[in-house]
Structures are given as C-alpha cells and as structure tokens.
Design a protein around this ligand. Sequence first.
Ligand code: B12
Length: 210
Amino acid sequence: METIVNEFIQALLSLDRLAAKRILENTVKTVAPMKFVEEVVAVALERIGAGWQDGTIALSQVYMAGRICENLVDEVLPPGDPDRKDQPKMAICVLSDHHKLGKIIVYSVLRAGGFDLSDYGVMEVDDLFQRIQKEKIEILLISVLMLPSALKIKLLKEKLTASGLDIKLIVGGAPFRFDDRLWKAVGADAMCKTASEVLSVIKTIMGDNI
Ligand code: B12
C-alpha cells in the first residue's frame, strides 16, 4: 500500500488527474473502494497537508489535490442501497468550514449501508439549528476540519439543550482526531475517527430503536 500511496501523492502533486484515476482503477480491482479511500486517499491528503505545513508544498497543490480526490471518491464509492432500513431521521453537514471530502465519504458510507439521510452541505450554526428543528432530525452528523468550526458545535449543543431538544450529535474530522477529548467537550454524543466506524456508532446510539 505504501508504494501506491506514494504514486498517488506524485499524481496529485503533478495535478495529473488521469494518473490518479488510473491508480485508483488498478487498485480497486483487488482492494475494496472504501479501503482505497481510507488507506490511500486520506493518507495521501494528510501527507500533502503536512508538506504544506512545513513549506514544501503550495496551498494551490493542496487545494487541487483535494478537488481531484473529491471527484474520484464520488465516482468510486458505492451508490445507495435500494433496500432502505427503517431508521431515524438523519442529516449530515459540514459546519462553518469548506473541507468537504470527509462529509462526502461519510454520506456515501451511510447510503451504501442502507440509510437515507439529507445532505445539508455547508451550514452555519443558526441556520442549522432552525433546519434540524423544522425537519425533526433525530441524528445529526457534523464534519469539521478546523478547530474554530469544531468549537461552534458547542454553541449548537447549547441551543438544543435550551430548547429541550434531544438530537444526537455524531462528529468527525481532523480536530477530533488530533484531540481525543474534544468531542465530549463540545457536547457531542459520539465521534468517529474514520467514516467506516459510523454505521456501528449509529447502531449503538439508537440501541433497540433501530
Ligand atoms: C485538503 C485540505 C484542504 C483543501 C480542502 C479541499 C476540499 N474540497 O475538501 C483546501 C486547500 C481548500 C483547504 C483549505 C484550508 N485549510 Co485545509 N486541509 C486539507 C487537508 C490537507 C486534508 C483534508 C482532507 O480532505 N482529508 C481527507 C479526508 C478524507 O479526511 P477527513 O476530512 O479527516 O475525513 C475522514 C475522517 O476524519 C472521518 N470524518 C470526517 N468528518 C466526519 C464526520 C462524521 C459525522 C464522521 C462519522 C466521520 C467523519 O471520515 C473521513 C474518512 O475516513 C487537511 C490536513 C488534515 N490532516 O486533515 C488540512 C487542514 C484541515 N486545513 C487546515 C487549514 C488551516 C486550512 C485553511 C484555513 C488554510 C488557509 N490558510 O487558507 C483553509 C480553510 C478553508 C475553509 N474555510 O474551510 C488545517 C486546520 C487546522 C486547525 N486546527 O484548525 C488542517 C488540519 C491542516 C493543518 N494541519 O494545519 N484545506
């Protein structure tokens, strides 16, 4: 896998979408698409991000690498399972942040796992609070990649508590991977380090109600 990650990084840094796509197509002949996404795409982007931090990679390369991966991931992840399960009302969003890839992956994992959910895109706290109330959402999944965005979840939780609403919050993204205690501090009910954990976390949260 290490060789594939390195080749994939080279393709992304050269902005060679076709080469990146070729690596993906060759690998998913023998490896599950989700494994490719988590063990190649996510790892490659993380290393590219580290390169940006230490000044060896330009932000434009980080941006283009993110965009190329967004498109490729959209193509490779499985479509929704037509046999939808009886389930709580769910929605997913990115809060106050423009890192969308994690959300796209989690959305796709849930749909492939038989769940139907609304994709709210990028939201701010006030609009999000109004919308989940109006649409009677029971489980809200929030993706954030920046610490200030993660801290805004606390504001949302305070609004929910003040209104007596028990909407379960499942969170994920870089700030929570960097700090194991952050999800509890912002008032979330659960956190996932990877998208593939989300199905079992939802089942645990809902207990016998699913
Ligand atoms: C690619 C990238 C970008 C791209 C985004 C392109 C896009 N369309 O998404 C671009 C170039 C636009 C960008 C911009 C910026 N970025 Co940026 N970016 C990254 C980078 C390198 C990778 C992110 C990524 O896509 N990873 C791959 C995906 C698949 O991983 P993921 O999102 O973590 O998701 C996985 C899990 O976390 C989980 N998950 C995620 N969300 C959820 C939600 C739920 C409910 C569940 C269950 C699971 C789950 O499932 C996913 C799959 O397993 C990260 C570095 C990093 N370590 O994350 C920095 C990073 C997130 N960026 C950062 C910063 C600072 C910025 C900028 C402010 C830079 C600038 N000065 O302009 C801007 C801000 C943009 C904005 N307003 O949102 C910082 C944030 C630091 C912080 N502590 O706040 C990071 C951490 C880099 C760093 N180490 O400094 N960025």
